[in-house]
Design a protein around this ligand. Structure first.
Ligand SMILES: C[S@@+](CC[C@H](N)C(=O)[O-])C[C@H]1O[C@@H](n2cnc3c(N)ncnc32)[C@H](O)[C@@H]1O
Length: 345
């Protein structure tokens, strides 16, 4: 088993290994700076969850890198070899680490998760959205937050975030193998700061790729990062005609959506997809998907402001989309993310 693991790990490119090492260092630095949990009451769910085995954690963490390398070798999508210049990488790390203390202060303060609620920037947005998800500075409401977001995510997952998201890309690319892409229209819904838009454009260079996000600041950043048009819109009311899209990707939105809006969003996705169109969905694994990693899942709502995460953990995702008219046709999983491909009937 250890030998198989070593052989697989050796297939990961030097660039991916370098990025993994860089983000692992960033993650270690932030945990050292902030010591999450120190001096805080121990969360009951976290305390009750079984201990984490380091070997199991390492095996799970490397899986997205291995699957990424496998999919690149299979020609499903090109390597994600974007590497920042050292000066840019350093500037991002300095910004992210200096902000980490502010994030930590918010974590330790009563009401730190809703600091942005009554700010001018948040005015007019739905109440559930006016929160500091992950305790992040400015919530979804500033250019600085948008510029910092990808570093926060990559440091949190020690460089595995891109590879985890690309499980959804892998499913869509397999479904579209051999399909003429020229007239295909793909929308990345809740595109955040645009990392997956870049992947979509690289994988389907002849398709029309758009982004949608509710945050103006994030939409602006995503458009700049990816050079794709990005619309500011609520997933509950998409600015697309009925049956007009060939595919939608949707990554890490549903665990941040209140239960009562999830079906409405699923129905909206189904409305705009053409018959036979695909939804490439990816989000956090649920506890039943990852025996042995329960402690990590319990840490999310305990240390990061994730007000809807526990209800997401109980969500029957396949049943939710089936109710909206989307049938699950494939799935894949790596580390803390599970991807599913749904087809519109
Ligand atoms: C956790 S981030 C995920 C971003 C990105 N998909 C990624 O892979 O990192 C959630 C994103 O969903 C967006 N969002 C949340 N609720 C939304 C809604 N109702 N409509 C559109 N976007 C929404 C947020 O602005 C944010 O960019």
């Amino acid at each position: 088993m250890a030998r198989v693991f070593q052989v697989q790990a050796a297939q990961v490119s030097g660039t991916a290994a370098l990025k993994a090492a860089w983000w692992t260092l960033n993650g270690m630095a932030v945990r050292r700076l902030t010591r999450p949990g120190k001096g805080e009451p121990v969360d009951a769910k976290l305390a009750d969850s079984p201990p984490l085995s380091r070997a199991a954690l390492r095996r799970a963490w490397i899986e997205p890198f291995i699957k990424d390398a496998r999919d690149v070798a299979a020609g499903l999508y090109p390597p994600s070899e974007r590497v920042a210049t050292p000066a840019h990488a350093l500037a991002r790390a300095v910004d992210f680490l200096s902000d980490a203390r502010r994030v930590d202060r918010r974590r330790r303060r009563q009401g730190g998760g809703v600091e942005v609620r009554d700010t001018v920037e948040a005015k007019g947005y739905p109440a559930y959205y006016r929160q500091n998800f992950h305790f992040q500075s400015d919530g979804w409401f500033s250019a600085q937050s948008a510029a910092r977001y990808e570093a926060q995510v990559e440091a949190l997952f020690s460089g595995a975030a891109g590879g985890m998201r690309r499980r959804a890309l892998s499913l869509l690319a397999q479904a579209w193998r051999g399909v003429d892409q020229r007239d295909l229209v793909v929308v990345d819904l809740a595109c955040g700061s645009g990392a997956f838009l870049v992947d979509l454009k690289a994988a389907f260079p002849r398709a029309k790729v758009f982004g949608v996000d509710l945050s103006e600041a994030y939409a602006r950043h995503a458009a700049k990062t990816s050079s794709a048009p990005v619309a500011v819109a609520n997933a509950e009311r998409l600015p697309f005609a009925d049956q007009s899209l060939d595919a939608i990707s949707c990554i890490y939105l549903f665990h941040e959506t209140p239960p009562r809006y999830r079906l409405a969003i699923a129905r909206e996705i189904a409305r705009v997809l053409k018959p036979g169109g695909y939804l490439a969905f990816a989000d956090s694994v649920q506890a039943s998907d990852t025996p042995g990693l329960e402690r990590l899942l319990a840490a999310f709502p305990a240390f990061f402001h994730e007000p809807f995460y526990e209800s997401y953990q109980r969500l029957d995702i396949a049943a939710l989309f089936a109710e909206a008219g989307l049938a699950q046709v494939a799935e894949d999983q790596a580390f803390l993310t599970k991807a599913r491909l749904f087809a519109k009937e």
